[in-house]
Write a protein that binds this ligand. Structure first.
Ligand code: NAD
Length: 323
């Protein structure tokens, strides 16, 4: 089995550099997908309230632990705080619910999913709540990031999360946070692929000792199903000629080249696949090296294009109601 290196976080924790993404893993298959991924050698699982599959992912973990394939302490379970739970009094109760869903008593890493606070929706009304408060209406809450981050720090003090971090934050917000954070974010999870290289943000994170996790490493591949105009306009990275030429030279797949490009830039990756052969080959991407020239050629594909733009999923008539 391939040995996945760990990245040392500023919290002191060790995080596997290659993990497994859980977005859009269907509830019916999630227990088997997680179980098979553990068998394939994955130890990091990237979940979220918003993915709506934490109960089923936890079932996969429980089966693997029960069968003695892995121990809880060998896993690195990541989850995320959804937008509608940013008010300080909502943070701890929802984390406790998410832990119960997973069937574990701590998260290795818990992230603020988006720097966007929306009005609370009670889990008994709708869970996961999604972006809208009701119908098409998106209602902001008044919670600041400082309020939410302070509540996140409380999770570490209580042992509910070993490390805490952020996702989808840009430089200005990170600089602001660093003024008041008693606990620095351990990781920053961002969209990152050759069409969105983000040198400046990576430099900031490095200078501040924040580890970066790349999501959607295959660029538009994950967004095809949303039929977004700009995702359909660009060349797919999984069949791009520049990537294919480098892959051929190394006897690897395009997917492996895309993942290795990110890990050689010092990032962690969390590819998602429900196919066992892809799971395996994505994990094995860590076991070869691209040349500096290969890395430069891939980075030169940058067009500063983001696909995970939440407003793309809103109904066109969705409204932000400012109270
Ligand atoms: P991804 O870039 O991992 O791509 C997934 C797509 O690529 C799927 O269609 C899959 O079938 C295909 N694929 C996977 N391996 C392949 C291979 N070897 N060859 C060919 N095709 C392959 O997409 P993603 O799910 O968007 O991102 C990964 C994870 O990142 C998510 O599951 C989630 O955990 C996380 N994420 C986080 C955020 C956030 O806001 N923090 C947003 C998006 C994703």
């Amino acid at each position: 089995m391939v040995q996945v290196p760990n990245l040392k976080l500023n919290s002191g924790a060790e995080m596997p550099q290659v993990g497994f993404g859980l977005w859009k893993v269907g509830n019916d298959i999630a227990p088997d997908v997680v179980y098979n991924a553990i068998k394939a050698g994955y130890r990091l699982f990237d979940g979220a309230c918003d993915y709506g599959n934490e109960v089923e992912c936890g079932q996969g973990v429980a089966r693997a632990i029960k069968e003695g394939i892995v121990k809880r302490e060998e896993l690195f379970i990541v989850s995320k705080l959804w937008n509608s739970f940013h008010d300080k009094e909502r943070v701890e109760p929802i984390v406790k619910k998410q832990l119960a869903d997973w069937g574990v008593d701590y998260f290795d890493l818990y992230l603020i999913h988006f720097p966007v606070a929306t009005e609370y929706v009670d889990p008994s009304v709708r869970y996961p709540p999604g972006w809208q408060y009701e119908g098409d209406e998106i209602r902001p809450s008044k919670a600041t990031i400082q309020e939410t981050w302070t509540a996140m720090e409380g999770l570490v003090e209580k042992g509910l999360a070993k490390s805490i971090g952020i996702s989808n934050f840009q430089a200005q917000l990170i600089y602001d946070m660093l003024r008041y954070a008693k606990i620095k974010p351990a990781t920053l999870q961002i969209e990152h692929h050759p069409y969105l290289v983000q040198n400046e943000l990576l430099r900031l994170a490095k200078n501040e000792g924040i580890t970066v996790t790349a999501y959607s490493s295959f660029g538009p591949a994950s967004f095809e199903e949303f039929n977004m105009e700009h995702a359909n306009k660009v060349k797919p990275l999984l069949s791009h000629d520049v990537i294919a030429e480098i892959a051929k030279k190394h006897g690897k797949t395009n997917a492996q080249v895309l993942l290795r490009w990110a890990t050689q830039r010092g990032l962690a990756v969390i590819p998602k696949s429900t196919k066992v052969e892809y799971m395996q080959s994505n994990l094995e991407s860590i076991a070869f090296d691209l040349s500096d020239d290969d890395i430069k050629k891939i980075s030169a594909l940058d067009i500063n294009t983001r696909f995970n733009q939440p407003s793309n999923y809103f109904p066109t008539e969705a409204l932000w109601i400012f109270g």
